[in-house]
Design a protein around this ligand. Sequence first.
Ligand code: BGC
Length: 603
Amino acid sequence: MNRLKQGVGRLRSHRILAAAAAVAVVSGGISLVSIGTAAAAPGCSVAYAANSWDSGFTASIDITNSGDPITSWALEFDYAGNQVGGSAWGGTLTQTGKHVKIVNSAWNGSLAAGASTNVGFNGTYSGTNAKPTSFTLNGTACNGGTTNPTPTPTNTVSPTVSPTATVSPTVNPTPTTTAQPGAHLDNPYVGAKWYVNSDWSAKAAAEPGGSAVSNQPTGVWLDSIASITAPSGSGYATSLRGHLDRALAQGATLAQFVIYDLPGRDCAALASNGELGPTEIGRYKTEYIDPIAAIEADPKYASIRIVNIVEIDSLPNLVTNAGSAAGATEACRTMLANGNYSTGIAYALSKLHAAGTNNYNYIDAAHHGWLGWDSNFAPAATMFADTAKKATGGVNTVDGFITNTANYSALNEPFVKISTTVNGTSVRQSKWVDWNQYTDELTFAQGFRNQLISAGFNSNIGMLIDTSRNGWGGSARPTAASTSTDLNTYVDASRIDRRIHAGNWCNQSGAGLGERPKAAPASGIDAYTWIKPPGESDGSSSLVPTGADNPGGKGFDRMCDPTYTGNGRNGNSLSGALPNAPVSGAWFSAQFRQLLANAYPAL
Ligand code: BGC
């Protein structure tokens, strides 16, 4: 699998954007104002969150209709200061002086009694970014603090919350749920017991210190037709049914599978080339997706929330590495031209969604170091939406997206935020950031979620972030911002991600285990999850001929060779890969030990 195809984005995005246009949801510092009203018709409550940096901010507003059903709405409020809102997602914003009005989008005008929606926008300000304190919805005051001083028990927030209450930035609006066979949940991870793949656990536990993490849930990769039934001699220890039966035995209520066998798979790299040729879409449908969907539809497994992670790297490759893109490969050009990535994914979404209400589809959305540039960001969301619309059930077949699968991008960069400046110069101009609009995965996942909703996905989609190997702990981890006034020195000494280049993706030297799997860790994020099983190689560091050590005929990509000095996609840098690596998917003991040693949070 290849993970970085930023070259084109990089080349096209070499232009300075005004600070006011910065698109970032900066972690930390979010505060919410929650104001409730009585449940009389009409009624509303509003939670306004603002996330500020030097002169810009991102606002996120949750609107709850606590009155009778409505079919359209206009939210109005006034700023006390000089804030100016930009174009909104989830609505259309107009501003006259300090007065802001946001009218619903076509898809979220109807709000049933008790229903909520979210709108947001980026804005600019100077001085103090005070939050507005009064809101109206269709002319009705939502400001319980002044017009409804006595909140009733039907309030959506605790009556003890004052209008200036500050809550943790990790608040997630997803309600707590319990396992209910038959119900399709907004966030399947909440309240679930996750399946632990004991095949992986055994390998992890056999390593020194490995038992500290060997009971963690990890993704099960269905990376070939044989992986579905695991016939003897295939190299697979457990079939799909075997995993699901074991999940039942564990009392698990959630299991995660990676759907990964598209025709012409991994078109921009060589280490995870697949078994199906570019035109074998028929086999993908009938020999791969159909049998998986049939097994997942078995009522025996109805108590398990089955999460399908759909086709790593494929659509992002079509955005940055196909057609006339500078980084295009012949294989990706072929897959864009024949449409089989898009056809295959639409088919997978249709079939797996229809397998049951306990099935959940999350499409792979690369990572910030791939899609974070302006030239890739919106086009990718549009391509994802165009693909999903081809599925039977359209965008409703998609529950969310996953970022950073099998990649190493840091979750948070506390000292290199997109708003950070060094001696008056934005870190966006540093060699490391290279004009990207994002510096870490959490802000990227949250920002991209908004873009996906703008592109047509449902407003309740959730993001997953693969935190299996993005910990970057150990003694090399910076504990404070550098004091250097030289831009590149500052960024290189301050960044959590210690890679030589953000385009490096194979068996990275210095990486550690990241956040442990966790449900609803931050706004818009359904879970942090370990989809790449830590300790499984990304690719061999030299060619391994097909045979006992390479039963699947995996290719050799020089990005896995530590002596390789790179190409345009990684700034012609050293690959940063560990030496002596086996083929992708095979156990790589030295890498696992390094991941343990550099875990962050520490074990
Ligand atoms: C490989 C798969 C493997 C997966 C998880 C991918 O890079 O191509 O064969 O199952 O990683 O380790």
